[in-house]
Design a protein around this ligand. Structure first.
Ligand code: ATP
Length: 356
């Protein structure tokens, strides 16, 4: 017998969703593996929620297909898609107890594993680390607790796929950090395929196996958090994810590295990660260097700038520099003032754009 490669748990194939003249999602192709924590991140209006709604079945694509385990789910309503959904607002029923809310998620179906409804509710509240609160009123819970109950409700029927739409956006920063750890733990415990929507790039990097950075309804880059952070493939991703210094210049010479004229200076840029058209002399490039990769006091591959302002962040200080009218950013433990020299290893510079 020939072993066939298994289908991805979830697949979007050239999906477009139009509302009048607006393409909320524009020819988007993605594939999510079994048990993967996959995050859609991007600025407001980039199509994250619409993508999630297309997966859930609350919307149908204008063109393209959504597949679960290889099966096209066009026309299949949300309740038959085997998905659990948690929305931005808690959406718990205020007139029901916590236990009734979770049981509601079963949608009158038998709980998985042959247990009773009550046993299933108890099991799920245990899973989200809120054991024994069946009788409580949703109003008596904190925002983070309510979102965990909403998650228990979404997980009640044992769905194949969990969809989370900005579940933490109403919470304060500290609570978000705690909850995201819990969400990740629950996801790993169940090994459930999860698609998570957030506009918070730090959150996306912290919790995901892979991340898709969306812009204008399409994926700018899909990769592991480390890939997205360290090897952005476009200016948009370089600027959207974390702090970055993006330089524009023209190539003078090309060897293992490119020597790029930027303003009055010349900087060496590594080319190992560049996947686009080969770079040659005369090309115009944009490349980026993370603030933490800028080495203060370096005397090679360096530039001289003046300190404009600084933000003390505790562990490090974020220093804003002015380099001949260009804004740069450096992260350092030192306190800087006046004129400074900063350089970088060419391997820490990544080309994100090339034009003839
Ligand atoms: P946010 O982070 O602000 O929630 P998003 O990335 O989730 O944004 P979507 O809500 O998917 O973005 O919206 C993408 C685009 O599609 C936006 O321009 C939005 O105005 C438009 N859009 C979404 N739903 C509809 C609709 N039902 N009717 C008309 N336009 C819509």
């Amino acid at each position: 017998m020939i072993a066939l490669a298994s289908n991805p748990a979830l697949q979007l194939d050239g999906v477009t969703r139009r509302y009048g003249d607006t393409a909320a999602v524009d020819d988007l192709s993605l594939s999510v593996d079994e048990g993967e924590f996959f995050t859609l991140v991007g600025p407001s209006g980039c199509g994250k929620t619409t993508t999630l709604r297309l997966i859930a079945g609350f919307e149908e694509p204008t063109s393209g297909s959504v597949r679960f385990g290889g099966r096209d789910v066009a026309g299949v309503p949300p309740e038959n898609r085997d998905v659990g959904v948690v929305f931005q607002n808690y959406a718990l029923f205020p007139h029901m107890t916590v236990g009734e809310n979770v049981a509601y998620g079963l949608n009158f179906a038998d709980p998985p594993g042959g247990v009773s409804d009550d046993e299933r509710v108890a099991e799920l509240l245990e899973l989200v680390d809120l054991p024994g609160i069946q009788k409580r009123d949703p109003d008596s819970l904190s925002g983070g607790q309510r979102q965990r109950v909403a998650m228990a409700r979404a997980l009640a029927p044992g769905p194949e796929v969990l969809l989370l739409d900005e579940p933490m956006s109403a919470l304060d920063a500290k609570l978000r950090e705690q909850l995201r750890v819990q969400v990740r733990e629950i996801q790993q415990q169940l090994d459930i395929t999860t698609v998570y929507v957030t506009h918070d790039q730090e959150e996306a990097l912290a919790v995901s196996d892979r991340v898709a950075v969306l812009a204008d309804g399409t994926a700018e880059q899909v990769g592991t958090p480390r890939d997205i952070y360290h090897r952005p493939t476009s200016r948009f991703v370089a600027e959207f994810v974390g702090d970055n210094n993006v330089f524009d210049g023209q190539v003078r010479t090309v060897d293992d590295t490119a020597t790029v004229a930027v303003g009055d200076g010349e900087l060496s840029v590594g080319l190992e990660d560049w996947q686009g058209t080969p770079i040659s002399t005369g090309d115009r490039l944009a490349f980026c260097v993370r603030p933490e990769s800028m080495v203060v006091g370096s005397d090679s591959n360096c530039l001289t700038a003046t300190v404009a302002s600084a933000e003390f962040l505790g562990e490090q200080t974020r220093v804003y520099l002015d380099w001949a009218g260009r804004d740069l950013m450096v992260r350092t433990r030192e306190s800087l003032d006046g004129t400074v020299t900063v350089g970088f290893d060419p391997a820490d510079a990544h080309v994100v754009e090339r034009r003839d």
